[in-house]
Design a protein around this ligand. Structure first.
Ligand SMILES: [Cu+2]
Length: 532
């Protein structure tokens, strides 16, 4: 069943690809100096009315202002703001992704409505081009925003997506010294409207690299994580986008017929001024390339989150400001994304690296010179990530509750699981039971309206899964994982929805009490029991 949706969403389904949240590029941070000749200006897209529990992908073509002068953009800092000027807490409302698209220029790496030149999620990477380069902007360029603002509560919200730009007007003398840089959109699921993959708990070898560790990735399709370089040039900057659980993204270059020259790599790398520490010197002994494959950069997730790689309290490293990599026409650029798989499953994960390059320029050859030096995070801990959760919330331990009815079906309505929800009381609190070998069916009745949402999930979490909700709790960390997908409806392609309203528990579950939560609204907690 496909429910009708707004015209804008249909447009969305028809177009685009891509998505989610990255943000790109080079080092420094929130206190970087304004580039010579540049003005730092705050732009606000919106306001966006966010429905209770919203989890939809939207395209906004009208409310996305941009500079009214010709010039160069050298830095972009993204954020989300409420009408009172505060940044919403990430456990209440968060920017799942925003992708900035210049519809006045084509997308160089794939299909789409335009040049996808920037993106951000809650990692809020600050994009700074190396000195001397800028993204060319023309007054009159039309910008569009593909955004997914995720409301983790049942309360409506109103927010703006903001982007602070450093702009050097074409008329400023400094603009004469700026060379144009162009974006390359690199995505492990490039071309998809919702480019996600799942990381199963226990998958891989403690960490799970996509696509390498998924034998079904790209089955029968082109390798979506690759792009064949279409002209000579030099890469200037990149940074990775990951979701919670993500550890790093890698970028590689394959050059047919190339072979590394380790001696040259060693000598040049170890003479390089960055090879100061013992770790750097050890790295000097490692050629940047193996065979015809060169490693270009690893964008590392630095978790400020005390619990580790489990929340949005993270910053990514971006390439050092002097990172340059010469690429040749016919080379293949590729990326991969690596997640922790020991602690939890990570559903609907992403791996994206927005990269900037200067076509027709030259630079260090990665088969001769080591280029994959460590990057630098673009910001520290952000205060919107202060509620980590995981404290006593006064909810019961489902394992100690009496059996509930053998319901057969559990409805979800008004953000409540109707039987066995840990926030209910009396008879409704008791976990519904299902006989071993049978299934319990969940139905999202909240989606039974023309919008098809809010979506809900039934996602296994480790017992007792009854502590307070925050950015790091609960997690999809049960030893026996299961997940319903997003029960609800959206456009056929341009949605996170499973486009069904129900899900049945696996028949293979052994006897016991199972805790679960809603990934979309993690304050929603429930339990059911399999009985022999
Ligand atoms: Cu929900």
């Amino acid at each position: 069943m496909l429910l009708p949706r707004r015209a804008a969403s249909l447009l969305a389904a028809f177009i685009l690809l891509l998505v989610c949240a990255p943000a790109a590029v080079a080092a420094t941070g929130d206190d970087d100096p304004v580039a010579e000749g540049a003005k730092r200006i705050l732009y606000k897209a919106g306001p966006f009315e966010i429905k209770p529990g919203q989890n939809t992908i939207e395209l906004e073509a009208d409310k996305v202002p941009n500079p009214k002068v010709d010039g160069f953009i050298t830095r972009i800092r993204p954020d989300l703001l409420r009408s009172d000027g505060t940044v919403p807490a990430v456990d209440v409302i968060h920017l799942h992704h925003g992708v900035w698209i210049n519809t006045s220029r084509p997308n160089p790496t794939g299909v789409g409505v335009g040049e996808q030149f920037f993106a951000a999620g809650e990692e809020k990477t600050i994009f700074t081009l190396p000195k001397g380069y800028g993204l060319a902007h023309r007054a009159g360029d039309k910008w569009m925003l593909n955004h997914m603002i995720h409301n983790l509560t049942s309360q409506p919200e109103k927010v703006w997506i903001t982007y602070e730009l450093d702009v050097i007007p074409r008329t400023d003398p400094a603009a004469k010294r700026i060379k144009p840089a162009s974006p390359l959109w690199m995505d492990v699921e490039d071309g998809k409207a919702y480019p996600v993959f799942d990381v199963p708990k226990g998958g891989g070898d403690g960490s799970y690299t996509y696509p390498d560790d998924d034998p079904r990735a790209y089955a029968g399709r082109r390798r979506l994580n690759e792009w064949t370089v279409d002209r000579d040039g030099v890469l200037l900057a990149t940074a990775g986008h990951l979701h919670p659980g993500g550890l790093y993204t890698d970028m590689w270059l394959r050059r047919p017929g190339a072979s590394p020259q380790p001696a040259a790599a060693r000598s040049s790398a170890c003479r390089a001024r960055r090879a100061r520490t013992a770790a750097d010197k050890r790295r000097c002994a490692t050629p940047a390339a193996t065979g015809d494959l060169a490693h270009l950069f690893r964008s590392q997730a630095r978790y400020w989150e005390p619990a580790g790689a489990v929340s949005w309290d993270v910053a990514m490293t971006a390439t050092p400001s002097d990172w340059r990599v010469e690429v040749h026409k016919g080379d293949t650029l590729s990326i991969s994304a690596t997640y922790d798989s020991q602690r939890a499953s990570w559903y609907e994960s992403m791996g994206i690296m927005i990269t900037y390059w200067a076509p027709d320029e030259s630079g260090p050859d990665p088969f001769r010179t080591k280029v994959d030096w460590p990057g630098k995070v673009t910001h520290g801990h952000l205060p919107e990530n202060d509620n980590h959760g995981g404290e006593d919330a006064g909810l019961p331990n489902a394992a100690s509750l009496a059996d509930g009815p053998a319901a057969g079906e559990v409805g979800i309505e008004n953000f409540l699981y109707e039987q066995g929800d840990l926030t209910l009381s009396g008879a409704e609190l008791a976990p519904p039971t299902v006989n071993a070998g049978q299934s319990l069916r969940f139905v999202n009745r909240d989606a039974h309206n023309p919008t098809g949402e809010p979506m809900h999930t039934i996602t296994a979490c480790k017992a007792p899964c009854n502590q307070s909700t925050g950015i790091a709790y609960p997690l999809a960390d049960a030893d026996i994982p299961f997940d319903s997908g997003n029960l609800g409806f959206g456009p056929r392609f341009f949605t996170a929805a499973a486009n069904r309203d129900s899900w049945e528990t696996p028949k293979s579950l052994p006897d016991g009490t199972y805790n679960y939560f809603c990934r979309v609204h993690p304050f929603m907690r429930g339990a059911f029991r399999v009985v022999g």
